[in-house]
Design a protein around this ligand. Structure first.
Ligand code: UD1
Length: 419
């Protein structure tokens, strides 16, 4: 694991290009296993989670050209029913191998997926709904063992919980299913809409993307084509917070502010000047300290849990006190202890944190990143803290942020990576 050495305090100012969305790219890549013709995917972010998918695809015999865009040819898959455990375990998204491979190979045997340690992250809903669509699937000794007789069979699925991952598993299973699948209480995240746009362009028949009711009519064939992935709304939100905490100005380019409505609204409450255009948004703190704002995370369009650690950091250096409530993942406060080492005054009580804003954070030599969003929150904290901070285990950040040092340095940060 590498370390970041960060010298603060700095004001983060300037323009930044937002990369393609991690959480749209991952399901779209797994969906490409359903297509036997060549597809080209543009705006894929260069991040570690995508590298893992590429390795899984190579293991499966998918032909890949990884240049400016990703060219994928999944016409011939090896009959591989087992996967390297280290790859499967390193990302949560590997669960999306199950539906396409049941369609293509009728059988799969893989270890339980991993991902960031932010909670229990069960897969019971994926299993239950794939069973409802006709799969034989169970978990034995931490392995998923699944098969299907012939085809998935469309069904009516009423989602018990608003799960992004389970909504995607059901969509992928239903594309070629016999009959129609209706998902009620589906997740409405923009990344799911992006996946549905991709699939429809390639010939699927899916209605209701971005709403709670998704209707998928089974089709016989998907064709090849070109698709451009949406921008990463969480990356854009992260840079807006970087400006807010450092009293600076940042303009995010190539991002659709419509997907960031609740984050922009909360940032306005802090006293920031927010401007938006069709594919950009900017924030200007005019050298003022932000005001603390309460947030409660929830499924889209509510406040994204993936922005919770960054917004909590903002609250911890703001004027006044605030409450942050996490309703999605039960273990997403591991970074709080580290922020407190830097002078923050944050108290955890079950799924809520109480922040008493402080005017200054101070560097410390021993900070440890525990997951992707925790790492960026600590990096931003170090940028505004007085002195030199060393953050251990920083590789988590590469899972989801493209060129993060380069982008932050271009905005004025002083960061060095030690391998
Ligand atoms: C996805 C995102 C992640 C984001 C999260 C919530 C990807 C690769 N990851 O994760 O960045 O933070 O959505 O917006 O897109 N649950 C169950 N059983 C299941 C599945 C989920 O109980 O079978 C629970 C989870 O523990 C959690 C809630 O449902 O409490 C929502 O999880 P889900 O939306 O499925 O998150 P992921 O798809 O893992």
């Amino acid at each position: 694991m590498s370390k970041f050495i960060i010298k603060g305090p700095v004001k983060l100012n300037g323009e930044v290009n937002i990369s393609g969305s991690k959480n749209a790219a991952l399901p779209i890549l797994f969906a490409s296993l359903l297509i036997k013709e060549v597809i080209e995917i543009k705006n894929i972010p260069k991040i570690k989670d995508i590298d893992v998918v590429i390795k899984l695809f190579i293991h499966l015999g998918v032909k890949i050209k990884n240049d400016k865009s990703l060219i994928i040819n999944a016409s011939n898959l090896y009959k591989k029913f087992n996967f390297p455990k280290n790859l499967i375990k390193s990302i949560r998204a590997s669960i999306w191998l199950v539906s396409p491979l049941l369609v293509r190979l009728k059988k799969i045997n893989m270890s339980l997926p991993g991902g960031c340690s932010i909670g229990m992250r069960p897969i019971d809903l994926h299993i239950k709904y794939l069973q409802k669509l006709g799969a034989n699937i169970c978990i034995k000794n931490n392995y998923i063992i699944a098969s299907i007789d012939n085809k998935f069979i469309g069904s009516h699925i009423l989602m018990k919980k608003n799960s992004v991952g389970a909504t995607i598993s059901v969509i992928l299973a239903s594309i070629y299913a016999k009959n129609t699948t209706i998902i009620d209480n589906a997740a409405q995240e923009p990344e799911i809409e992006d996946l549905i746009n991709f699939l429809n362009i390639m010939g699927a028949n899916i209605k209701g993307g971005g709403t709670k009711k998704i209707i998928i009519k089974g089709v016989l064939k998907l064709k090849g084509g070109i698709y451009r992935i949406m921008d990463d709304r969480i990356e854009a939100g992260t840079f807006l917070i970087a400006a807010a905490i450092s009293k600076g100005y940042i303009l995010c380019k190539n991002t659709n502010p419509k997907n960031l409505k609740i984050v922009l609204k909360k940032l306005k409450y802090t006293g920031a000047e927010i401007k938006i255009g069709k594919n950009w948004c900017s924030i200007n703190m005019h050298n003022k300290r932000p005001k603390a704002v309460n947030i409660i995370t929830g499924p889209y369009p509510k406040f994204p849990t993936d922005m919770q650690p960054q917004f909590t950091l903002l609250n911890c250096i703001s004027l006044g006190s605030s409450i942050v409530e996490e309703t999605i993942f039960e273990n997403r406060f591991l970074y709080i202890h580290e922020l407190n080492k830097m002078g923050a005054k944050i108290f955890i009580n079950k799924n809520k944190v109480f922040c008493q804003g402080v005017s200054t954070l101070y560097s410390t030599q021993k900070i440890k990143a525990t997951d992707l969003r925790a790492s960026i929150s600590l990096v931003l904290a170090a940028c505004i803290a007085i002195g030199i901070t060393i953050i251990d285990n920083i590789d988590y950040i590469d899972r989801g942020y493209e060129n993060i040092e380069k982008k932050l340095i271009s905005l004025g940060a002083k960061i060095k990576r030690l391998k």
